[in-house]
Design a protein around this ligand. Sequence first.
Ligand code: ATP
Ligand code: MG
Length: 582
Amino acid sequence: MSTDPKSTTTNPPATSNFLRGIIETDIAAGKYANRTDINGHPQPPVVTRFPPEPNGYLHIGHAKSICLNFGLARDYDGRCHLRFDDTNPTKEEQEYVDTIIDSVKWLGFDWHDDDAVHLYYASDYFGQLYAMAEYLISAGHAYVDSQSADQMAANRGNFAEPGKNSPYRDRPAAESLDLFRRMKAGEFKDGEHILRAKIDMASPNMNMRDPAIYRIRHAHHHRTGDQWCIYPMYDYAHPIEDAIENVTHSLCTLEFQDHRPFYDWTLERLAEGGFFKKPLPQQYEFARLNLTYAITSKRKLLQLVEEKVVEGWDDPRMPTIVGIRRRGYTPEAIQLFAERIGVAKADSWIDMSTLEGALRDDLDPKAPRATAVLKPLKLIIDNFPEDLIAECSAPIHPHHAERGVRTFPISKELWIEADDFMEVPSKGYFRLFPGNKVRLRYGYVVECTGCDKDAAGNVIAVHCSYFADSKSGTEGSANYKVKGNIHWVSAKHALEAEVRLYDRLFTDPNPDAGGKDFKLGLNPDSKKVVTAYLEHGLARALPDDKFQFERHGYFVADRVDSKPGRPVFNRVVTLKDGWQAK
Ligand code: ATP
Ligand code: MG
């Protein structure tokens, strides 16, 4: 895996990885050729799926999985299903289904093909999952256990000790079947009985010690309502969902490696029972994304929202997809990031600068340029005629002349950055100080003559005089050689706007490593709000429009708080990485 953005930029779109290797081998061998899909249509040889549980907002880690699953399907003429793994009734909601659909679409992926919509819900398979469980009982592969939860835990053993068989393990299949049907009919309370696979209580793999496959849960489900009071366990449902949909390569994160034997066991037994044809779906594991200066656990993100550390799921500092979208990230930048980090078989940390680098690389050639003064100080050109308004122009994009120019007025009073003036210059300072000349970018050369101060000694205005024949783009301009070049906006014409200067949410690169309290690593300066003066043309910015504010970074018109003619801007990212040296 590479964390150096430059090393992989030259060979897009597809960097080879172990999953591509497996898929190419399977295609060459014709492993999944000539199959029909869930709708009876011919099926491509590669079918992947992205299977979120609708219990929260997606984050950048999910984005990696989405880009991987949909990206592989795209690159091998296959397809990728969006499937809601909604087998747990108590944590799931329609709100999450909607935001997940929206996020996957926004990332640029689609689950429609010519004749079908490949959007699926595990809850649509509840009937089949139930019928297969009855089969497993009849075939002697599953039994209803009536131990208490405590007894079951005690008999499970641990890594050092084998488990003990349940006293109910050898009850006749007919008795288990009867109990299972009565579980379904609602005759028992939660936890009174449970359906377990009959595998091996002495297995060194704890997941193979007669795992639970169905439990009683008297709970309302957001799609099936009160139709069911028993629900399948994730480890049982997941392989079956894949097999029903004829998924070929089922990609999941490394923590599921130890679950793979049960995945295979379930499908083998059901293939014996005639439910599925071989070849069966195959599970492969890849390293989850861990991003420095961020957390990617739904539970911890929820805590940030609930404790109002951030302003919501879509706070521009959140690593959620709705958050980074509002921050000004583009789908292309995220796809580029996913491509650059690749997939590996061992866990590692990816540096936040890799994500930000992909964003800069995506925005730089696209974003129109504009001028913004974020920390304003008045500059008065004393010899500029009171009523004169001269027009200046600048390229919309310095490397794309064909995109044209933007124009803005210059007048006697301007706003400049407070940092562009020093009464007593430090060594190597080329900008405004008394006696020094600088160019007002795209305008005139001026010479600083002094400043005004308030009673406390703070500089409140800077004075200068201008050279009328020095305007950029005119012949005279070549006669002036100055080292400093500062940006400005005409005070009379500027657009006053709220600008939110966002930075990383954490100062700790690994905020939740080793079970640390991640709130201790929060960055107290992750959001600063300033009143800025902007080039007047920015009044036309629409929500989500992105710009490079020259010398400052990339900014986006906030999609939530901007009003027509009155955009609010978010800093997406600075021009250069200021964190590298810290
Ligand atoms: P969390 O642990 O934050 O609750 P999850 O893994 O339980 O997340 P799911 O909705 O089950 O969330 O995830 C959907 C898919 O996204 C799964 O295939 C999962 O493996 C993948 N995924 C989740 N987090 C990451 C991550 N950090 N990196 C890569 N893939 C991820
Ligand atoms: Mg999960």
